[in-house]
Write a new protein. Structure first.
Length: 158
């Protein structure tokens, strides 16, 4: 008399295949989360750069006072949007934006600062080659680098 069913070996093989597929799905979804977090931080930074440049070009007032420009001061875990021709830590109108804890930032701008010139929106003290901001996922080599040109326009994101 013959009975139908699975042997123990067949069950082990089937379980191994399912476990492998689940492992691949989990690993792939973690990579997507990293890319999403990094991209989200980059998009917010780009929006803030454009906002500071636009305020400079339109001559926006800061608390009723006409300023000599706007800019952003960068640190590894946050950046500060400021008004005026240079960053001052005691400026009451500074706005600090904190990055996701899994993301770090480096910049090659002199003094870690980007300041836009009134009316033209050009970057004050622009130096070719010292015009990048890099955001990197702390636990991997995944990164995105923003390149700005003299006119404060994003020339590329790598």
């Amino acid at each position: 008399m013959k009975t139908n069913g699975f042997t123990f070996i067949e069950l082990i093989v089937a379980t191994g295949v399912v476990a492998t597929l689940i492992g691949l799905i989990v690993i792939n979804s973690l990579g997507a989360q990293r890319r999403s977090t990094l991209t989200q931080n980059v998009n917010i930074l780009i929006s803030d750069l454009r906002s500071q440049q636009t305020k400079t070009m339109t001559g926006a007032e800061d608390h009723g006072v006409v300023t000599t420009g706007y800019g952003i001061y960068f640190e590894s875990d946050e950046y500060t949007m400021f008004s005026g021709s240079s960053y001052r830590v005691d400026n009451q109108s500074n706005a600090v934006v904190t990055l996701d804890p899994t993301v770090t930032m480096t910049t090659r701008f002199p003094g870690n600062t980007v300041t836009f010139l009134p009316k033209s929106g050009e970057i004050f003290g622009y130096t070719e080659g010292l015009n990048t901001i890099t955001l990197q996922w702390t636990d991997s080599m995944e990164r995105q680098t923003i390149h700005l040109n003299l006119y404060g326009t994003i020339s590329s994101i790598e």
